[in-house]
Design a protein around this ligand. Structure first.
Ligand SMILES: Nc1ncnc2c1ncn2[C@@H]1O[C@H](COP(=O)(O)OP(=O)(O)O)[C@@H](O)[C@H]1O
Ligand SMILES: [Mg+2]
Length: 441
């Protein structure tokens, strides 16, 4: 990764990692892996259910300006008529093991900028190397194969093929400064490995605002190149939109014929509010007809509570104020560092009181994962043996439109590990470390 201190665009340093793979129960790992296609389908269907999205986000969009603006774009492209019916989902569903039950619970599903497929694939290989170096050959069989990068890129290339223009490029929407540069670059290199004819372009939202145009058929052109697929690695945070130029760029892309990952409805389907609404009784069943799958997905959900301005919301607030350490307060934001923990849950809810601002948040049961010991290796400091907890991510790829699903796959995994005392574990944010699972039964 590029270092945040003593930054230079020309230098990188190694990403934090743990020395040996952390253990994870085989049964739970296999369960969420095999459920990923059903989770893909769930998100895909939610994204295409206008009524559900609208009802779920109705109150949120009134108080949360960012989600509100995304929703405006969604409504604008709908009323104009969608020019690209196909969406590409590159998802990552995240889990913690719940220590009291030994079962996994879902933290969230990411529908935009699901990162680390590139580096996680390398870490899996690296842990093989380390165990071999240690002479622990008999343990290698417990390290699952990981094809996250290959699988995500296969999904992107399938979408590129479906767009149907050999000269058209895959456009990566990137931040002004990309710290997680190698992870992104690995995707580019893998695209070329799988299909040397496909060109990748990297642009910021500002670039697209300046150089993006639509032709009569709504084909998107940036700097003279037709765009087949747009892969958003930025655009999930208000900070990525400096002015109306970037918002105009987002709207332009959504109106275009390019296949987007995510399309605006996929982005909205990934909000915390939608996650909470999906946890209501019979909500999953509305989208997943297979009863066994629906039941299995539901069993992954932790307690999720609405904070809408009604009796139900008042009850959630009371519960959280009474026992703030048992819950996490979440605004509609992605990318880490936005959630509220511990006594701040109480303070925030007391400060907000009966103000409508409350509906911008949701409340979630705090999951308590089991603690293990491992060495976190970081640039510039000696590794120490620490108490750590691990969060598993399962990638999935899906391509389809409102009627049909053309492609639906589980797409590898990633594990990240953090100090047991840390609230959040973002690797890019400098708290988490990359890991890979050691499966035990
Ligand atoms: N219910 C929870 N219990 C325990 N930790 C959580 C829970 N929800 C989130 N976290 C921690 O906070 C981090 C960020 O939360 P998340 O909901 O994934 O938001 P973001 O969209 O910012 O990634 C997670 O990676 C996890 O470490
Ligand atoms: Mg997350």
């Amino acid at each position: 990764m590029r270092p945040k201190t003593s930054f230079s665009p020309d230098s990188i340093t190694f990403a934090p990692f743990v020395l040996v793979p952390s253990t994870f129960p085989h049964h739970e790992f296999m369960k969420v892996k095999s459920l990923q296609p059903a989770i893909n389908k769930l998100i895909h269907r939610v994204a295409h259910d206008q009524k559900f999205l609208k009802e779920s986000l109705m109150n949120t969009v009134k108080v949360d300006d960012f989600t509100g603006r995304l929703f405006q774009i969604y409504e604008a492209v709908h009323s104009e008529g969608i020019s690209q019916r196909i969406s590409l989902g590159l998802l990552r569903s995240d889990y913690f093991l719940h220590s009291s039950t030994g079962r996994v619970l879902q933290v969230e599903v990411n529908t935009i900028a699901s990162s680390f497929a590139g580096i996680a694939t390398q870490v899996s290989l690296y842990h093989r190397y380390i165990l071999s170096e240690l002479g622990a050959y008999e343990h290698l069989q417990y390290l699952p194969d990981n094809q996250a990068l290959q699988s995500l890129v296969a999904g992107m290339l399938k979408a590129w093929e479906m767009y149907g223009c050999e000269q058209a490029v895959i456009l990566f929407i990137v931040e002004d400064i990309t710290y997680n540069i190698c992870d992104q670059r690995f995707h580019e290199f893998q695209i070329q490995t799988q299909n040397p004819k496909v060109r990748v372009m990297r642009c910021t939202l500002t670039d697209v605002g300046q150089y993006g145009t639509l032709d009569k058929e709504k084909k998107l052109y940036v700097k003279g190149k037709e765009v087949a697929v747009i892969y958003f690695r930025a655009g999930y945070s208000p900070e990525h939109y400096h002015s109306s130029l970037e918002w105009d760029a987002r709207l332009l892309m959504e109106r275009s014929k390019a296949i987007k990952s995510p399309s605006i409805q996929y982005h909205l389907a990934g909000t915390k509010k939608v996650q909470q609404e999906l946890a209501r009784p019979n909500a999953v069943e509305r989208f997943i007809e297979n009863e066994e799958d629906a039941k299995a997905i539901r069993a992954l959900f932790a307690g999720l509570y609405s904070l809408d301005m009604n009796e139900e919301g008042d009850e959630s607030v009371k519960m959280a104020i009474k026992n703030p350490h048992a819950y996490i307060l979440k605004p509609q934001r992605e990318g880490g560092g936005n959630n509220i923990y511990g006594k701040d849950v109480r303070e925030t809810l007391e400060r907000i009181g009966k103000k409508k601002e409350r509906t911008g948040y949701i409340l979630m049961d705090r999951i308590v994962p089991p603690i293990q010991k491992n060495y976190i290796v970081r640039p510039g400091s000696a590794p120490e043996l620490n108490d750590v907890i691990s969060e598993l991510g399962i990638f999935g790829t899906i391509i389809g439109d409102s009627e049909e699903i053309f492609w639906n796959q589980e797409a590898g995994h990633m594990l990240r590990t953090k100090l047991s005392t840390a609230n959040e574990g973002g690797v890019a944010a400098g708290v988490g470390a990359l890991d890979s699972p050691y499966l035990f039964s």
